[in-house]
Design a protein around this ligand. Sequence first.
Ligand code: GLV
Ligand code: MN
Ligand code: MN
Length: 409
Amino acid sequence: MTPDISLPRLMESLRSLGQVGALDGGGVCRLALTDADKAGRDWLVARMEGLGLTVHIDAIGNIWGIRAGHSDTAPVMMGSHIDTVATGGLYDGALGVLAGLEVIATLNAAGVETDLPLAVAAFTNEEGARFAPDMMGSGVHQGALDLSEMLATRATGGTAVVGEELARIGYAGTAVPFTPAAYLELHIEQGPVLEVEGLRIGAVTSVQGIHWTEVTVTGQTNHAGTTPMALRRDAGQVGFAIARAADAIAARLGPPQVATVGVFELSPGLVNVVPGTARLTVDMRNTDGDVLDAATEELLAEAQALAQAAGCTIDIRPLARFAPVVFDAGLVDKVARAAEARQLPTRRMPSGAGHDAQMFAPNCPTAMIFIPSAGGLSHNINEHSDEDDIGAGAQVLCDVVCDLAGAQI
Ligand code: GLV
Ligand code: MN
Ligand code: MN
Protein backbone atom coordinates (compact mmCIF):
# COMPACT_ATOMS: atom_id res chain seq x y z
CA MET A 1 0.00 0.00 0.00
CA THR A 2 1.23 3.49 -0.86
CA PRO A 3 2.09 5.58 2.22
CA ASP A 4 -0.49 8.14 3.37
CA ILE A 5 0.17 11.76 2.51
CA SER A 6 0.05 14.29 5.38
CA LEU A 7 -2.89 16.66 4.97
CA PRO A 8 -1.69 19.05 7.75
CA ARG A 9 1.72 19.32 6.04
CA LEU A 10 0.10 19.98 2.65
CA MET A 11 -2.29 22.58 4.12
CA GLU A 12 0.62 24.33 5.84
CA SER A 13 2.44 24.66 2.53
CA LEU A 14 -0.69 25.88 0.69
CA ARG A 15 -1.31 28.50 3.38
CA SER A 16 2.34 29.51 3.51
CA LEU A 17 2.59 30.07 -0.27
CA GLY A 18 -0.85 31.74 -0.08
CA GLN A 19 0.73 34.49 2.03
CA VAL A 20 3.04 35.42 -0.85
CA GLY A 21 1.22 38.10 -2.81
CA ALA A 22 -1.76 37.92 -0.44
CA LEU A 23 -4.47 40.53 -1.12
CA ASP A 24 -5.98 42.54 1.73
CA GLY A 25 -9.51 41.25 1.13
CA GLY A 26 -8.38 37.59 0.69
CA GLY A 27 -6.97 35.73 -2.29
CA VAL A 28 -3.62 36.33 -3.96
CA CYS A 29 -2.04 38.24 -6.83
CA ARG A 30 1.11 36.66 -8.22
CA LEU A 31 0.93 37.75 -11.83
CA ALA A 32 3.66 36.09 -13.90
CA LEU A 33 7.19 37.52 -13.53
CA THR A 34 6.23 40.24 -11.04
CA ASP A 35 8.01 40.71 -7.71
CA ALA A 36 5.29 38.63 -6.04
CA ASP A 37 5.89 35.80 -8.54
CA LYS A 38 9.62 36.02 -7.78
CA ALA A 39 8.90 35.78 -4.05
CA GLY A 40 6.70 32.72 -4.71
CA ARG A 41 9.45 31.15 -6.82
CA ASP A 42 12.07 31.80 -4.13
CA TRP A 43 9.74 30.20 -1.56
CA LEU A 44 9.26 27.17 -3.84
CA VAL A 45 12.95 26.67 -4.61
CA ALA A 46 13.76 26.76 -0.88
CA ARG A 47 11.05 24.14 -0.21
CA MET A 48 12.36 21.95 -3.04
CA GLU A 49 15.90 22.15 -1.72
CA GLY A 50 14.63 21.39 1.78
CA LEU A 51 13.19 18.13 0.41
CA GLY A 52 16.52 17.20 -1.16
CA LEU A 53 15.40 17.83 -4.75
CA THR A 54 17.90 18.94 -7.38
CA VAL A 55 16.55 22.23 -8.76
CA HIS A 56 16.86 23.33 -12.40
CA ILE A 57 15.58 26.49 -14.06
CA ASP A 58 15.09 26.34 -17.83
CA ALA A 59 15.29 29.06 -20.47
CA ILE A 60 11.65 30.16 -20.05
CA GLY A 61 11.95 30.12 -16.26
CA ASN A 62 10.19 26.83 -15.52
CA ILE A 63 11.30 25.42 -12.16
CA TRP A 64 12.05 21.71 -11.86
CA GLY A 65 12.79 19.74 -8.71
CA ILE A 66 14.15 16.25 -9.41
CA ARG A 67 14.33 13.26 -7.04
CA ALA A 68 16.67 10.55 -8.28
CA GLY A 69 15.38 7.04 -8.98
CA HIS A 70 17.24 3.75 -9.36
CA SER A 71 17.39 4.20 -13.12
CA ASP A 72 18.71 7.24 -14.92
CA THR A 73 15.69 7.61 -17.24
CA ALA A 74 13.11 10.34 -17.84
CA PRO A 75 11.18 11.14 -14.65
CA VAL A 76 7.53 10.73 -13.77
CA MET A 77 6.44 14.33 -13.43
CA MET A 78 3.93 16.14 -11.22
CA GLY A 79 3.29 19.87 -11.14
CA SER A 80 1.31 22.87 -12.37
CA HIS A 81 1.93 26.61 -11.88
CA ILE A 82 2.29 29.15 -9.06
CA ASP A 83 1.48 32.31 -11.02
CA THR A 84 -2.09 33.58 -10.56
CA VAL A 85 -4.56 35.97 -12.15
CA ALA A 86 -4.74 39.38 -10.42
CA THR A 87 -7.73 38.22 -8.35
CA GLY A 88 -6.63 34.63 -7.75
CA GLY A 89 -7.31 32.10 -5.01
CA LEU A 90 -4.95 29.88 -3.03
CA TYR A 91 -5.43 26.68 -5.02
CA ASP A 92 -5.45 27.29 -8.80
CA GLY A 93 -2.06 25.90 -9.84
CA ALA A 94 -0.49 25.95 -6.37
CA LEU A 95 -2.31 22.72 -5.46
CA GLY A 96 -0.68 20.73 -8.27
CA VAL A 97 2.82 21.94 -7.40
CA LEU A 98 2.50 21.64 -3.64
CA ALA A 99 0.76 18.25 -3.80
CA GLY A 100 3.76 17.15 -5.89
CA LEU A 101 6.05 18.30 -3.07
CA GLU A 102 3.79 16.52 -0.58
CA VAL A 103 4.23 13.27 -2.51
CA ILE A 104 8.01 13.73 -2.32
CA ALA A 105 7.84 14.53 1.42
CA THR A 106 5.67 11.44 1.97
CA LEU A 107 8.08 9.14 0.14
CA ASN A 108 11.08 10.71 1.90
CA ALA A 109 9.47 10.23 5.33
CA ALA A 110 8.57 6.61 4.56
CA GLY A 111 11.98 5.86 3.04
CA VAL A 112 10.38 4.80 -0.24
CA GLU A 113 12.61 4.75 -3.33
CA THR A 114 11.40 4.57 -6.94
CA ASP A 115 12.75 2.93 -10.09
CA LEU A 116 12.11 6.05 -12.19
CA PRO A 117 13.14 9.52 -11.02
CA LEU A 118 10.37 11.90 -9.92
CA ALA A 119 10.04 15.54 -10.96
CA VAL A 120 7.92 18.38 -9.60
CA ALA A 121 7.51 21.29 -12.03
CA ALA A 122 6.19 24.84 -11.70
CA PHE A 123 5.60 26.29 -15.15
CA THR A 124 6.07 29.93 -16.06
CA ASN A 125 3.01 32.05 -16.87
CA GLU A 126 0.30 29.41 -17.05
CA GLU A 127 -2.35 32.07 -16.54
CA GLY A 128 -1.56 34.33 -19.46
CA ALA A 129 -3.15 37.18 -17.50
CA ARG A 130 -0.12 39.49 -17.88
CA PHE A 131 1.59 38.00 -20.94
CA ALA A 132 -0.34 36.04 -23.60
CA PRO A 133 -0.52 33.23 -24.47
CA ASP A 134 -1.28 31.18 -21.39
CA MET A 135 0.58 27.89 -20.75
CA MET A 136 3.69 29.74 -21.93
CA GLY A 137 6.32 27.81 -19.95
CA SER A 138 4.89 24.35 -20.61
CA GLY A 139 4.23 25.28 -24.25
CA VAL A 140 7.86 26.30 -24.80
CA HIS A 141 9.12 23.24 -22.95
CA GLN A 142 7.16 20.92 -25.21
CA GLY A 143 7.93 22.82 -28.42
CA ALA A 144 4.38 24.07 -29.04
CA LEU A 145 5.55 27.69 -28.57
CA ASP A 146 8.75 29.26 -29.84
CA LEU A 147 11.26 30.26 -27.12
CA SER A 148 12.57 33.45 -28.79
CA GLU A 149 9.08 34.60 -29.68
CA MET A 150 7.88 34.03 -26.12
CA LEU A 151 10.91 35.81 -24.60
CA ALA A 152 10.07 38.82 -26.80
CA THR A 153 6.38 38.88 -25.76
CA ARG A 154 5.10 42.20 -24.43
CA ALA A 155 2.56 42.41 -21.61
CA THR A 156 -1.02 42.65 -22.89
CA GLY A 157 -1.82 46.36 -22.67
CA GLY A 158 1.62 47.10 -21.14
CA THR A 159 5.31 47.51 -21.92
CA ALA A 160 7.09 44.79 -19.87
CA VAL A 161 8.80 42.03 -21.88
CA VAL A 162 8.98 38.37 -20.79
CA GLY A 163 12.73 37.90 -21.32
CA GLU A 164 13.60 41.13 -19.50
CA GLU A 165 11.31 40.33 -16.61
CA LEU A 166 12.73 36.80 -16.31
CA ALA A 167 16.25 38.24 -16.11
CA ARG A 168 15.14 40.95 -13.67
CA ILE A 169 13.68 38.45 -11.20
CA GLY A 170 16.64 36.06 -11.62
CA TYR A 171 14.82 33.17 -13.31
CA ALA A 172 16.31 33.15 -16.82
CA GLY A 173 17.93 29.72 -16.73
CA THR A 174 19.46 27.43 -19.29
CA ALA A 175 18.76 23.83 -18.31
CA VAL A 176 17.96 21.49 -21.19
CA PRO A 177 14.33 20.39 -21.35
CA PHE A 178 13.34 16.72 -21.38
CA THR A 179 10.16 14.81 -22.07
CA PRO A 180 8.91 13.07 -18.92
CA ALA A 181 7.98 9.39 -18.80
CA ALA A 182 4.49 10.55 -17.79
CA TYR A 183 2.85 13.71 -16.42
CA LEU A 184 0.09 13.83 -13.84
CA GLU A 185 -1.40 17.18 -12.72
CA LEU A 186 -3.69 17.62 -9.74
CA HIS A 187 -5.89 20.70 -10.02
CA ILE A 188 -9.09 22.15 -8.63
CA GLU A 189 -11.98 21.69 -11.06
CA GLN A 190 -12.69 25.46 -11.25
CA GLY A 191 -16.28 24.62 -12.20
CA PRO A 192 -19.41 23.29 -10.47
CA VAL A 193 -19.81 19.73 -11.79
CA LEU A 194 -18.17 17.60 -9.06
CA GLU A 195 -19.83 19.55 -6.25
CA VAL A 196 -23.28 19.46 -7.86
CA GLU A 197 -22.99 15.71 -8.45
CA GLY A 198 -21.65 15.02 -4.94
CA LEU A 199 -18.40 13.51 -6.28
CA ARG A 200 -14.86 13.75 -4.84
CA ILE A 201 -12.53 13.09 -7.80
CA GLY A 202 -12.62 13.88 -11.52
CA ALA A 203 -10.51 11.75 -13.86
CA VAL A 204 -9.93 14.32 -16.59
CA THR A 205 -10.29 12.99 -20.13
CA SER A 206 -9.59 16.11 -22.25
CA VAL A 207 -9.13 19.89 -22.36
CA GLN A 208 -11.20 22.07 -24.65
CA GLY A 209 -9.65 24.31 -27.32
CA ILE A 210 -8.86 27.93 -26.43
CA HIS A 211 -8.72 30.95 -28.77
CA TRP A 212 -7.76 34.37 -27.39
CA THR A 213 -7.85 37.45 -29.63
CA GLU A 214 -7.08 41.10 -28.94
CA VAL A 215 -9.11 43.52 -31.05
CA THR A 216 -8.26 47.22 -31.33
CA VAL A 217 -10.74 49.49 -33.12
CA THR A 218 -9.64 52.97 -34.15
CA GLY A 219 -12.13 55.69 -35.03
CA GLN A 220 -11.95 59.41 -34.29
CA THR A 221 -11.99 61.18 -30.95
CA ASN A 222 -14.48 64.03 -31.16
CA HIS A 223 -16.87 66.26 -29.21
CA ALA A 224 -19.81 64.32 -27.75
CA GLY A 225 -22.21 67.25 -28.04
CA THR A 226 -21.45 68.70 -31.42
CA THR A 227 -20.80 65.61 -33.55
CA PRO A 228 -24.06 64.30 -35.13
CA MET A 229 -24.59 60.56 -34.71
CA ALA A 230 -24.39 59.92 -38.44
CA LEU A 231 -21.07 61.74 -38.75
CA ARG A 232 -19.08 60.20 -35.92
CA ARG A 233 -16.55 57.37 -36.11
CA ASP A 234 -17.22 55.91 -32.70
CA ALA A 235 -14.74 53.13 -31.87
CA GLY A 236 -16.60 52.43 -28.62
CA GLN A 237 -19.86 51.50 -30.34
CA VAL A 238 -17.99 49.17 -32.69
CA GLY A 239 -16.30 47.55 -29.67
CA PHE A 240 -19.67 47.04 -27.96
CA ALA A 241 -21.11 45.49 -31.13
CA ILE A 242 -18.17 43.07 -31.37
CA ALA A 243 -18.69 42.04 -27.73
CA ARG A 244 -22.40 41.46 -28.40
CA ALA A 245 -21.54 39.44 -31.52
CA ALA A 246 -19.23 37.15 -29.50
CA ASP A 247 -22.01 36.55 -27.00
CA ALA A 248 -24.55 35.91 -29.77
CA ILE A 249 -22.32 33.36 -31.52
CA ALA A 250 -21.88 31.43 -28.25
CA ALA A 251 -25.64 31.59 -27.59
CA ARG A 252 -26.46 30.35 -31.09
CA LEU A 253 -23.94 27.48 -31.00
CA GLY A 254 -24.96 26.50 -27.46
CA PRO A 255 -22.84 24.48 -24.99
CA PRO A 256 -19.96 23.71 -24.89
CA GLN A 257 -19.18 26.92 -26.84
CA VAL A 258 -18.34 29.82 -24.52
CA ALA A 259 -17.25 33.39 -25.27
CA THR A 260 -15.91 36.01 -22.87
CA VAL A 261 -14.90 39.65 -23.32
CA GLY A 262 -12.61 40.08 -20.30
CA VAL A 263 -10.88 43.34 -21.20
CA PHE A 264 -12.71 46.35 -22.61
CA GLU A 265 -10.97 49.73 -22.64
CA LEU A 266 -12.04 52.97 -24.29
CA SER A 267 -9.74 55.85 -24.98
CA PRO A 268 -9.61 58.65 -24.02
CA GLY A 269 -12.36 57.43 -21.65
CA LEU A 270 -14.04 60.75 -20.90
CA VAL A 271 -17.72 61.54 -20.41
CA ASN A 272 -18.00 64.09 -23.19
CA VAL A 273 -15.69 62.58 -25.78
CA VAL A 274 -16.56 60.12 -28.58
CA PRO A 275 -14.06 57.25 -28.03
CA GLY A 276 -11.25 57.21 -30.57
CA THR A 277 -10.10 53.68 -29.71
CA ALA A 278 -11.58 50.58 -28.17
CA ARG A 279 -9.42 47.65 -27.09
CA LEU A 280 -11.02 44.38 -26.12
CA THR A 281 -10.03 40.76 -25.66
CA VAL A 282 -12.19 37.81 -26.67
CA ASP A 283 -11.74 34.33 -25.14
CA MET A 284 -13.59 31.61 -27.09
CA ARG A 285 -13.54 27.91 -26.17
CA ASN A 286 -15.06 24.66 -27.41
CA THR A 287 -14.29 20.95 -27.10
CA ASP A 288 -14.70 20.64 -30.89
CA GLY A 289 -11.73 22.24 -32.64
CA ASP A 290 -13.56 22.65 -35.99
CA VAL A 291 -16.54 24.39 -34.39
CA LEU A 292 -14.16 26.64 -32.46
CA ASP A 293 -12.20 27.55 -35.60
CA ALA A 294 -15.45 28.42 -37.40
CA ALA A 295 -16.75 30.47 -34.44
CA THR A 296 -13.56 32.54 -34.27
CA GLU A 297 -13.53 33.05 -38.03
CA GLU A 298 -17.17 34.18 -38.00
CA LEU A 299 -16.56 36.64 -35.16
CA LEU A 300 -13.49 38.18 -36.74
CA ALA A 301 -15.24 38.59 -40.12
CA GLU A 302 -18.14 40.28 -38.34
CA ALA A 303 -15.74 42.52 -36.42
CA GLN A 304 -14.13 43.65 -39.69
CA ALA A 305 -17.54 44.39 -41.21
CA LEU A 306 -18.73 46.32 -38.13
CA ALA A 307 -15.60 48.48 -38.12
CA GLN A 308 -15.81 49.18 -41.82
CA ALA A 309 -19.49 50.15 -41.64
CA ALA A 310 -18.67 52.68 -38.90
CA GLY A 311 -15.71 54.20 -40.77
CA CYS A 312 -13.23 52.75 -38.29
CA THR A 313 -10.11 50.66 -38.79
CA ILE A 314 -9.47 47.46 -36.91
CA ASP A 315 -6.38 45.57 -35.78
CA ILE A 316 -6.81 41.90 -34.89
CA ARG A 317 -4.07 40.16 -32.91
CA PRO A 318 -4.37 36.43 -32.10
CA LEU A 319 -3.05 35.98 -28.54
CA ALA A 320 -3.58 32.24 -28.14
CA ARG A 321 -4.68 29.39 -30.43
CA PHE A 322 -4.75 26.02 -28.68
CA ALA A 323 -6.58 23.02 -30.14
CA PRO A 324 -8.49 20.63 -27.86
CA VAL A 325 -6.44 17.73 -26.47
CA VAL A 326 -7.37 14.23 -25.31
CA PHE A 327 -5.49 12.67 -22.40
CA ASP A 328 -3.99 9.17 -22.34
CA ALA A 329 -6.83 6.65 -21.87
CA GLY A 330 -4.65 4.24 -19.88
CA LEU A 331 -3.53 6.95 -17.46
CA VAL A 332 -7.08 8.32 -17.09
CA ASP A 333 -8.12 4.74 -16.19
CA LYS A 334 -5.37 4.52 -13.58
CA VAL A 335 -6.61 7.76 -11.98
CA ALA A 336 -10.22 6.52 -11.89
CA ARG A 337 -9.21 3.13 -10.48
CA ALA A 338 -6.91 4.68 -7.85
CA ALA A 339 -9.76 6.95 -6.70
CA GLU A 340 -12.22 4.05 -6.57
CA ALA A 341 -9.71 1.97 -4.59
CA ARG A 342 -9.78 4.77 -1.98
CA GLN A 343 -13.62 4.68 -2.02
CA LEU A 344 -13.77 8.16 -3.54
CA PRO A 345 -16.84 8.75 -5.76
CA THR A 346 -15.39 9.57 -9.16
CA ARG A 347 -16.38 10.51 -12.69
CA ARG A 348 -14.59 11.08 -15.98
CA MET A 349 -14.91 14.64 -17.24
CA PRO A 350 -13.45 17.18 -19.68
CA SER A 351 -11.67 20.33 -18.46
CA GLY A 352 -13.11 23.73 -19.29
CA ALA A 353 -9.95 25.55 -18.16
CA GLY A 354 -6.56 25.48 -19.83
CA HIS A 355 -3.76 23.57 -18.07
CA ASP A 356 -0.06 22.87 -18.47
CA ALA A 357 -0.94 19.19 -18.89
CA GLN A 358 -2.44 19.93 -22.32
CA MET A 359 1.02 20.87 -23.60
CA PHE A 360 2.47 17.48 -22.58
CA ALA A 361 -0.44 15.35 -23.79
CA PRO A 362 0.79 15.03 -27.42
CA ASN A 363 4.26 13.92 -26.28
CA CYS A 364 3.93 11.65 -23.24
CA PRO A 365 1.20 9.82 -21.30
CA THR A 366 -0.61 12.63 -19.49
CA ALA A 367 -3.70 12.94 -17.32
CA MET A 368 -5.20 15.16 -14.63
CA ILE A 369 -6.99 14.71 -11.33
CA PHE A 370 -9.73 17.21 -10.38
CA ILE A 371 -11.17 17.90 -6.95
CA PRO A 372 -14.35 19.93 -6.31
CA SER A 373 -14.36 23.74 -6.24
CA ALA A 374 -16.84 25.19 -3.73
CA GLY A 375 -19.63 26.95 -5.60
CA GLY A 376 -17.72 26.30 -8.85
CA LEU A 377 -15.72 29.50 -8.16
CA SER A 378 -12.23 30.13 -9.51
CA HIS A 379 -10.22 33.13 -10.75
CA ASN A 380 -11.93 34.67 -7.74
CA ILE A 381 -10.50 35.53 -4.32
CA ASN A 382 -13.16 33.32 -2.72
CA GLU A 383 -11.96 30.22 -4.58
CA HIS A 384 -12.14 27.35 -2.07
CA SER A 385 -11.80 23.58 -1.88
CA ASP A 386 -12.50 21.46 1.21
CA GLU A 387 -9.48 20.12 3.04
CA ASP A 388 -10.76 16.55 2.78
CA ASP A 389 -10.96 16.89 -0.98
CA ILE A 390 -7.47 18.39 -1.14
CA GLY A 391 -6.18 15.42 0.85
CA ALA A 392 -8.07 12.96 -1.35
CA GLY A 393 -6.67 14.47 -4.54
CA ALA A 394 -3.11 14.44 -3.20
CA GLN A 395 -3.48 10.82 -2.10
CA VAL A 396 -4.71 9.73 -5.54
CA LEU A 397 -1.76 11.62 -7.07
CA CYS A 398 0.61 9.79 -4.72
CA ASP A 399 -0.94 6.39 -5.44
CA VAL A 400 -0.77 6.77 -9.23
CA VAL A 401 2.75 8.25 -9.19
CA CYS A 402 4.01 5.39 -7.00
CA ASP A 403 2.52 2.93 -9.50
CA LEU A 404 4.01 4.72 -12.54
CA ALA A 405 7.45 5.22 -11.02
CA GLY A 406 7.81 1.69 -9.60
CA ALA A 407 7.84 2.61 -5.91
CA GLN A 408 9.63 0.00 -3.78
CA ILE A 409 6.91 -0.41 -1.19
C1 GLV B 1 -6.29 29.30 -17.39
O1 GLV B 1 -6.48 29.48 -16.20
C2 GLV B 1 -7.39 29.44 -18.32
O2 GLV B 1 -7.64 30.57 -18.76
O3 GLV B 1 -8.09 28.45 -18.57
MN1 MN C 1 -4.49 26.63 -13.18
MN1 MN D 1 -6.10 29.84 -13.70
